[in-house]
Write a protein that binds this ligand. Structure first.
Ligand code: NI
Length: 194
């Protein structure tokens, strides 16, 4: 029997561990979520209607970031209801917050977006900012939005991508969840970040 073989195997294992730490150590979830690893993410400041909001204020607990607008007929109400259900899955998530950022600052005043989001759940904070701020934030998270043409009454829709972005307690983007995931899946992912 070759007595050296176990040592070669053990050595290869240690080397593999060191290499994976070196490669993935910067973002510990890179292996789990390639989109979260690829997107820049980051924390931004939003100002709207004399109000100033700094995302860094949410540090200390994981949170969900979600983009939309209050006139959205279907996607956003469904998304916010799913977030509400996720936060209600477990007592441990009772302090977790969600940030609903409106991509329609023309119609969504700070008050309007705040009360709209809170209608779904008190932990969902509705915010918006200047067009420039929102564009920068959305780009960092890989969210697209584009306002459509106005109808005769001045009404319009806003096309937008819909993802649930999960940020950890340090404000680092760690998961990008598709819109069709269940509230339970979101809750389970949040629990891992507590
Ligand atoms: Ni929407």
């Amino acid at each position: 029997m070759n007595v050296r073989l176990p040592w070669v195997v053990a050595g290869a294992f240690v080397l593999a561990v060191i290499l994976s730490v070196l490669i993935f150590g910067g973002k510990n979830t890179a292996t789990e979520d390639i989109r979260a690893a690829y997107l820049p993410g980051g924390e931004f400041t939003l100002s709207h209607g004399g109000e100033r909001f700094d995302m860094r204020g949410l540090r200390g607990a994981p949170y969900i970031l979600y983009f939309g607008f209050t006139h959205c007929p279907d996607v956003c109400p469904l998304g916010l209801a799913t977030i509400r259900d996720a936060l209600q899955q477990d007592e441990a998530l009772s302090d977790v917050k969600a940030l609903f950022v409106s991509v329609d600052p023309e119609r969504d005043t700070a008050e309007r977006v705040a009360s709209y989001a809170a209608f779904f759940h008190p932990n969902i904070l509705g915010k918006t900012g200047t067009k420039e701020e929102i564009t920068k934030l959305a780009k960092a998270y890989g969210t697209y939005f584009m306002a459509g043409a106005k109808d005769a009454n001045g009404g319009y829709s806003v096309d937008h991508t819909a993802y649930y972005y999960l940020l950890d307690r340090d404000g680092e983007l760690v998961r990008v969840l598709d819109h069709n995931v269940t509230a339970l899946t979101i809750a389970e992912e949040l629990q891992k970040l507590l």
